[in-house]
Design a protein around this ligand. Structure first.
Ligand SMILES: Cc1cc2nc3c(=O)[nH]c(=O)nc-3n(C[C@H](O)[C@H](O)[C@H](O)COP(=O)(O)OP(=O)(O)OC[C@H]3O[C@@H](n4cnc5c(N)ncnc54)[C@H](O)[C@@H]3O)c2cc1C
Length: 247
């Protein structure tokens, strides 16, 4: 899976600060320079003031100002299962690659067997991988060895069946019913820092599934460059404290 930033608000942390400073000033925020708007905030220079102010907002739970900036990410090759988890979050905007208009008629089923088009979970190939709700006691070494073969055979067969249904004239919107939930999809998602921190609260946590955890970590890495002070504070002080942003 790959994640890239498509577009984002410039100077997002200035915008967060201005939004919040608006709450505490009698003058109109739009008439102020950033330096003037930050006057009175503790810090040697404006960068230190920004860092202190953002940390104070997060510490107090004043999360509203973190909704003003937004970032749009392009995600390539998530499974439909991961997509179903991500799109449960309602404070985000999505575009999802359509299986009605994009058909996989040219994909080589042998390539699918080798890992194209369908995400291969680590438990299919890594005998030491232990996932949630796994009945480890009941599985012997032969079973572990056979997992990969069964998984690969199954995804290949479903793509072969899908392509045969297309050849038999079935529309892609119906033939797709036989494709696995691991089928890859490209997603465009727009988030604000608050919604991203909330998603990370839930999806970077140890009890979330490996794929959405990996996706969330990639989003957080990009966000750390886009909103460095906010996500540095989040990483150091807030991450892994579940539901900090939506009690
Ligand atoms: C480990 C894990 C396992 C899960 N297992 C399942 C499962 O088995 N089945 C399943 O269906 N789901 C499951 N989920 C999904 C989960 O229940 C949530 O639906 C999903 O994570 C969206 O998060 P959210 O509820 O915080 O809502 P978001 O849409 O992210 O909203 C953020 C916050 O806004 C507030 N909010 C949003 N909408 C409303 C509303 N209508 N009313 C009141 N407050 C609102 C809430 O405070 C909410 O926390 C699982 C999630 C995790 C992390």
């Amino acid at each position: 899976m790959r994640v890239r930033l498509l577009e984002a608000t410039e100077n997002p942390e200035e915008l967060i600060c201005l939004g919040a400073r608006n709450d505490y000033m009698s003058d109109w925020v739009a008439d102020q320079s950033f330096e003037d708007a930050m006057a009175g905030v503790e810090g040697e220079d404006v960068e230190a003031q920004k860092a202190n102010f953002l940390a104070r907002l997060l510490k107090r739970g004043h999360y509203g100002p973190f909704e003003h900036p937004s970032a749009t990410f392009a995600i390539e090759g998530a499974s439909r299962s991961c997509m179903a988890q991500l799109t449960r979050h309602r404070h985000a905007s999505f575009d999802v690659q359509s299986m009605r208009y994009v058909s996989f008629d040219e994909v080589d089923p042998a390539a699918v067997e080798d890992g194209e088009m369908v995400v291969t979970p680590p438990s299919a190939t890594d005998p030491d991988w232990v996932g949630r709700n796994q009945s480890v006691e009941d599985v012997d070494e032969d079973d572990v060895a056979r997992r990969e073969a069964v998984f690969r055979r199954s995804v290949r067969r479903s793509v072969e069946d899908y392509q045969e249904l297309l050849e038999l004239g079935m529309p892609p919107e119906d033939a797709r019913f036989v494709l696995p939930i691991g089928t890859e999809v490209n997603i465009v998602v727009t988030l604000n820092p608050r919604s991203l921190m909330h998603i990370a609260d839930m999806r970077a946590a140890a009890d979330a599934q490996w794929e959405i955890r990996e996706l969330t970590e990639q989003l957080l890495d990009i966000a750390a460059e886009w909103c460095p002070l906010t996500f540095e504070y989040y990483e150091a002080e807030m991450k892994h404290r579940k539901n900090r942003l939506a009690p």
